[in-house]
Design a binder for this molecule. Structure first.
Ligand code: HEM
Length: 222
């Protein structure tokens, strides 16, 4: 097709490749997650966060082990954010620890880890849209029940930029095919896990009575 060695295309275009080859998987999760209907009530939102917790609790330690770079990875951890939100929504620490955990094949090398992290870090971008909607709908804020979706807050853009730079370097040293395959698999695992039947969590009232029910129906995108 072209005179350019395939490897050069793959290396320079890892981000283009990831975006193109996971497009379908992204569309599928956007569609099946049904986040808008799940965050119309506090209980639905809490069940969704519980599901995310069950994923992050298994994935984050595996990523930390494989990457072995706390300066890079620790600011990207969001398990603590999920726990903070779930506590605010009425779960105590014992109830959080008892939540179901995802069963999945964990990343065991750097390429697999960067593929999985691409998905987690990329989700902070769409998360900005969702956080705004949750704020409008449930009256929550980053400091008050919406820490997970707020993600890196104002740092989300710069963090994503730094992640992309690092990913490009990693792809140069590693195997882009493995990175892409891992990203695709992570999307699929997430979709299946997050879109499983809702958890049978009994409704718990807000400690301070705030954030009850729909407040306003805003626009869906930004
Ligand atoms: C758990 C579910 C989701 C995951 C794992 C996920 C993952 C990703 C990833 C990996 C990217 C980066 C794409 C790239 O530039 O290479 C991304 C971007 C984005 N996602 Fe999602 N996403 C999820 C759900 C959603 C939902 C529900 C929405 C709709 C509100 C959404 C909207 C976006 C937007 C607006 C971008 C930025 C696109 C751009 O700037 O080019 N995502 N997401």
């Amino acid at each position: 097709m072209s005179e350019i060695p395939l490897n050069d295309i793959v290396v320079t275009d890892i981000l283009e490749r990831l975006r193109a080859e996971t497009r379908e998987a992204h569309e599928a999760i956007e569609r099946d997650l049904a986040w808008e209907s799940r965050v119309t009530t506090r209980d639905g939102y809490r069940a969704l966060l519980a599901r995310f917790w069950g994923l992050h609790v298994v994935l984050e330690p595996a990523l930390a082990d494989v990457l072995d770079d706390p300066t890079f990875f620790d600011p990207r951890r969001r398990l603590g954010h999920l726990a903070a939100d779930l506590r605010l929504l009425g779960l105590d620490d014992a109830a959080i620890e008892a939540l179901p955990r995802a069963s999945m094949i964990l990343p065991s090398n750097r390429d697999q880890a960067f593929g999985a992290l691409y998905v987690l870090e990329g989700s902070t971008l769409g998360g900005q849209v969702i956080a705004k909607q949750i704020g409008r709908q449930l009256g929550l804020s980053p400091d008050h029940g919406c820490r997970y979706y707020a993600a890196h807050g104002r740092e989300t853009g710069p963090m994503w930029k730094r992640f992309r730079q690092r990913l490009t370097e990693e792809a140069r040293a590693g195997d882009p095919d493995v990175i892409v395959a891992s990203a695709t698999r992570t999307f699929d695992v997430m979709r299946l896990w997050l879109c499983a039947a809702p958890l049978p969590l009994s409704p718990v009232p807000f400690p301070d009575g705030e954030g009850r029910g729909p407040v306003a129906k805003g626009s869906q995108r930004g």
